[in-house]
Design a protein around this ligand. Sequence first.
Ligand SMILES: [Fe+2]
Length: 246
Amino acid sequence: MSLFSLFKKDKTPEKPVVELTTDIHSHFIPAIDDGSQSMEETIDLLRHMEDLGYRKVITTPHTMTNSFDNTPEIIDEGLYQVKDSINKEGLNIEIEAATEYYLDDTFLSRLEKKEKLMTFGQNHVLVETGFMNEPPELKEASFLLTMQGYKMVLAHPERYLYLIDNKQLLEEILDRDILLQINIVALTGCYSKPVQKFAEKLIDMKVVSMAGSDCHNMGHIELMHEARNSKYYKKLLQLDLLNNSL
Ligand SMILES: [Fe+2]
């Protein structure tokens, strides 16, 4: 081997970086959850999303028993108001709404009753869980969602402490075709160092299907800018993310 060949560059072409134009997780409907609390705040946040390069946002207010008892009617009414304000303010961003369902026995009984769920994309359903313990309803809910033709998207898996060191559960989640949506802001370490490291690990494993802002307020906009300077942001954009097809 010549000395020259030792320094030859790896010929494998680098995967292209695809900028995100669709965001699929946020809290922009005013005063129905812990996200934006007024139309003024929503418009301000949407302007910043536009500045970040987004052309479309799928906003996902919480549906969580006793905390945020939202219904499709409440969410659709709020969406109608936001669209009206977008037009009046002349913003160049499209908005759709789904919801972020909290996985608990209420969600499971919705599935058992075959209640029509709020979806985005191609029948995708965004589901979050508690942060500490593996929810006992996880497997049954995933089974019923699949049986009913939905595609389950697990919101911010990097934040679940029960998953961080549980390789077996992660494998089972992937085997069940549950899609993983990580929060871009996690790359800044804003939640914690272990959460950041787990987000990076999921990117290295190439098992991330979607990236979301999970934007609730202006603090998250600042973190979105910060995340763009992180080492793993480029790696994230080199994955085959579904965002821009939704
Ligand atoms: Fe969220």
